[in-house]
Design a protein around this ligand. Structure first.
Ligand code: ADP
Length: 463
């Protein structure tokens, strides 16, 4: 027996001591069994390949792989074998490490919080993780190589999938596709799909890999939110309708009652033995005034409820405001002291002139009314104007020296139907704000209590 050892330090028994010994003397029993089996095989077939034995040495566990070939001998001679062995401990360790890593990856793959699957070119399921299988309710055997993934989709989702599939093949990926997936029991869950294409070395599309997220809960919540929003919008409409109807009723009730009383009085006067025609005329005139008032209230409401398409023009805001203040002076027979402060050059503004006149009328009417009711002795209105080039607007401030606003009312001033007046409708400010905003500007009040009301408005500078 001759021995060649590339790493003699690892030999269980030193080489020189092995000469003349049997396998049983050198190797432990389990390794001996493997060697004897290989020898028998080599004796019968001439060779035996790839046998492995494990040896315990002081340095730890070693693995050897050996092959045996039977040497040809002369007739009558003892059979002779050549054994070639090499240390495969490192290879074994690497293989073991790889196996464990794969196991770990497989474990992560199978128990991930999302579904994973790989599909053939024709959609046949080639790989699928436990999570997705559990969602679907099928066993692995039932689906691998047997089911096509698109067949698990509802017909609406199949259409989506068919539309996106060419994109997947071309672009290499599709993201965030929402589909409905049918479980084995026929129930449906919502999935969010992200898929990427796999190509072969010649660049041909061969399969795709995808992740699936169960978004059933999210979809349900989204749907509920939309339904709730629609319901809220419906309720709001009903609320507005109810408010509008109440305001109409409230506003029309008074003039209608007055018309009824005036008419009754006129009738009585005319039916009397000697009719008093002057008084009857006065009663009929009163009735006519009330009818106008009712008509005006209806027009205002309708204007507020339907702000239609309108045209704009470039005009001089200062001129328009001076004209409106003069009308207010005449209309309310006030000893009104208007003051105009022009801070810088005021360019033309771009707006609908009638809308602006309407707003100025509302604001000035409120100011004069508030001052008159409060018994202000020297009523004044200060109009300040400045252009703000950076913001491309002209800003106007209208300030009176009436009672101003009560703190608790300030936040409600622009709400439709908010009024503190016994005969008010509460639409003036709401309409004014809608008109100014429709013209690209803003209307607001100074949030200070008392000491006169201060309104600010902006309108865009004409280009
Ligand atoms: P209305 O004049 O029919 O009440 P508005 O919308 O024009 O409706 O005004 C809403 C409320 O704002 C008024 O009832 C009043 O309380 C308040 N208000 C508006 N302008 C002034 C002002 N210049 N001074 C004091 N209060 C005002």
């Amino acid at each position: 027996m001759s021995i060649h050892a590339s790493r003699p330090e690892l030999l269980v028994v030193p080489a020189e001591e092995m000469i003349g010994k049997t396998v049983h003397d050198i190797l432990p029993p389990d390794a001996t069994d493997v060697v004897m089996l290989a020898l028998r095989e080599a004796n019968e077939t001439g060779r035996s390949y790839g046998r492995q034995i494990k040896l315990q040495v002081p340095q730890g566990t070693l693995w050897f792989e050996f092959s045996i070939a039977r040497k040809s001998v002369l007739a009558g001679e003892q059979p002779c074998f050549v054994v070639l062995s090499h240390d495969i401990t490192e290879r074994k360790k690497t293989t073991e490490w790889l196996r464990k890593s794969l196991e770990e990856i497989e474990d992560l793959y199978n128990h991930a919080a999302c579904g994973y699957h790989s599909l053939d070119k024709d959609g046949t399921i080639r790989r699928i993780n436990d999570t997705e299988l559990a969602w679907l309710g099928y066993t692995r055997d039932e689906v691998i190589g047997k089911m096509k993934w698109p067949d698990l989709l509802t017909s609406a989702s199949q259409k989506i999938f068919k539309k996106d599939y060419p994109r997947l093949m071309k672009q290499g990926h599709i993201n965030n596709i929402e589909v409905e997936i049918i479980r084995r029991d026929g129930t449906i869950f919502n999935g969010l799909i992200n898929a990427s294409a796999i190509y072969d070395t010649s660049g041909d599309y061969v399969m795709n890999r995808a992740t699936v997220f169960d978004i059933t809960e999210r979809t349900r919540l989204e749907r509920e939110t939309i339904e709730l929003r629609d319901e809220m919008a419906e309720l709001q409409k009903l609320h507005v309708a109810a408010q509008t109807a109440a305001a109409f009723a409230h506003e029309l009730n008074q003039p209608l009652l007055a018309i009824a009383s005036y008419s009754k009085a006129a009738l009585m006067l005319l039916q009397a033995g000697k009719p008093d025609l002057d008084k009857a005329r006065l009663a009929i005139e009163g009735s006519e005034r009330q009818a106008h008032r009712a008509g005006q209230a209806i027009r205002e409401m309708l204007e507020f409820l339907s702000l239609k398409e309108f045209s704009t023009e470039a005009f001089d805001l200062t001129k328009e405001t001076i004209a409106a203040v003069n009308v207010a002076k005449l209309e309310y027979e006030l000893k009104l002291h208007p003051v105009f402060r022009i801070i810088n050059e005021i360019p033309l503004i771009q707006a609908n002139r009638t809308h602006l006149q309407r707003v100025l009328h509302n604001l000035l009417h409120n100011c004069t009314e508030a001052m008159r009711e409060a018994g202000v002795l020297t009523p004044s209105i200060i109009v300040t104007m400045r252009s703000i080039k950076d913001e491309n607007v002209v800003q106007m401030t209208i300030q009176d020296n009436g009672p101003g606003f009560k703190k608790e009312n300030i936040q409600h001033l622009f709400e439709p139907f908010f009024t503190t007046k016994t005969r008010g409708i509460g639409l003036g400010l709401a309409i004014s704000r809608s008109l100014i905003e429709a013209n690209g500007g803003q209307l607001w009040v100074d949030l200070q209590e008392g000491s006169g009301a201060i309104f600010h408005l902006t309108l865009p500078i004409a280009t």
